[in-house]
Design a protein around this ligand. Structure first.
Ligand code: C5P
Length: 222
């Protein structure tokens, strides 16, 4: 049985990390949330009051920043220079600025190098926007998850309510659509379905159904 690489891409709040985590667990693979890495550097840049349009400054900052993703049971915790920022990087302040930071070529190239290093031995499930197209172009399984904006905003809204986080559905819908637009329209490694990715529309599927679909593809290619 070969240790393969699984790339899961798609727009914001399509359920990528939820299903990626489950798939990784079923296979005892490593799960890498690349969005968390972009969120982590955005968190640090905002804390340092760095101009998010300044590519050079962000790149210099990233080069001296240690970002770690640590498995903690079912969940993953995110550390920036040893500090646990798992919750903070999900705040709207970060979510609404991360697409500015992630558009810069120098930032992306450095992140991609780190991601490829983490994935070099296979046995990996990686989710993001450019995994199938750019980070792991040779991944054995490439998935592109999508769902309507309405449905994605609804899921995120329910998740927020469950966690007791203040949440405005219309605002969420706007923010998600806006982030998708920025991520799809950026020049360098935009959000895009890889030619050989399998598209799964999750709008009317349960998490279990999406996972089953992916696992079937995985077993074909292992
Ligand atoms: O996946 P998540 O929503 O946490 O990603 C946050 C942001 O990070 C995305 O909106 C995008 O701007 C950026 N990102 C990216 N490339 C990736 C993963 C995330 O540009 N591979």
């Amino acid at each position: 049985e070969k240790k393969i690489s699984i790339a899961i891409d798609g727009p914001a709040a399509a359920g990528k990390s939820t299903v990626a985590k489950i798939v990784a667990q079923k296979l005892s693979y490593i799960y890498i949330d690349t969005g968390a890495m972009y969120r982590a550097i955005t968190w640090k840049a905002i804390n340092r009051k760095i101009n998010l349009e300044n590519e050079q400054d962000l790149y210099q900052l990233l080069k001296m920043t240690n970002i770690e993703l640590k498995q903690d049971g079912k969940n993953q915790r995110v550390f920036v220079d040893g500090k646990d920022v798992t919750e903070e990087i999900r705040l709207p302040e970060i979510t609404n600025h991360v697409s500015i930071v992630s558009k810069h070529k120098l930032v992306r190239e450095e992140m991609v190098a780190r991601q490829q290093q983490l994935a070099k031995n296979g046995g990996i499930v990686m989710d993001g926007r450019d995994i199938g197209t750019y980070v792991l172009p040779n991944a054995e399984v490439k998935i592109f998850l999508k769902a309507s904006v309405e449905e994605r905003a609804k899921r995120r809204h329910q998740e927020n309510m469950r966690k007791g986080i203040p949440s405005d559905f219309e605002q969420l819908k706007n923010d998600i659509a806006n982030r998708d637009r920025l991520d799809s329209e950026r020049e360098f490694a935009p959000l895009k379905k890889a030619r050989d990715a399998i598209e799964i529309d999750t709008t009317s599927l349960s998490i279990e159904q999406v996972v089953e679909n992916i696992m079937a593809l995985v077993f074909e290619r292992m």
